[in-house]
Design a protein around this ligand. Sequence first.
Ligand SMILES: NC(=O)c1ccc[n+]([C@@H]2O[C@H](COP(=O)([O-])OP(=O)(O)OC[C@H]3O[C@@H](n4cnc5c(N)ncnc54)[C@H](OP(=O)(O)O)[C@@H]3O)[C@@H](O)[C@H]2O)c1
Length: 171
Amino acid sequence: MTSGRPIISIIVAIAKNRAIGKDNQLLWHISDDLRRFKRITSGKTVIMGKRTLLSLPSGPLPNRRNIVLSDNLTDCFGGNCETAFSIEDALKKVSNEIEVFIIGGGMVYQQFLPLSDRLYLTIVEEDFEADTFFPEIDFNQFELIESELITNDEKVAFQYRYETWQRKKSR
Ligand SMILES: NC(=O)c1ccc[n+]([C@@H]2O[C@H](COP(=O)([O-])OP(=O)(O)OC[C@H]3O[C@@H](n4cnc5c(N)ncnc54)[C@H](OP(=O)(O)O)[C@@H]3O)[C@@H](O)[C@H]2O)c1
């Protein structure tokens, strides 16, 4: 797909109670999930909110085009990224791309969920205390195309699942 609208994919790690972050940090460290995130998004464009950019330990993500939503960001804090001042502005910047990844955080997921075509979820099967949550997903609007339960990750104290959902075609 070119000159129009790319596939909009959301990628997120989400707890059972839809928690995704606290104090501008993630709630867990799952190395396997970070590798999966890197594998899926490398070479692609990622769109994020300014608070998510500020939470990244080394700034904008390498090997990806980084677009950061902000009302006032102009310099990306010395990193290699572009600013978009609205959702429309961000979509204009990616109109020639095939697929873009929305990588958070809560405020940005909220705005992109209604526009999303695909969801790459990591579902942590526990509740977490948080200050940032993913919006409620109406799974009736999506079809599950991949699911994998991870029960044997010895580095974490909980089970998690990878799920990929595709929006049903009636849009
Ligand atoms: N679990 C996960 O997979 C995951 C992934 C990513 C992030 N997170 C977590 O999520 C939390 C951060 O989320 P958050 O909701 O606080 O912040 P956020 O969505 O990362 O960033 C919010 C900021 O983005 C800018 N923004 C958002 N929408 C905009 C728009 N339409 N136009 C212009 N600017 C816009 C604004 O920046 P200005 O104030 O500069 O205008 C706003 O303050 C952290 O805890 C982080 O660790 C979790």
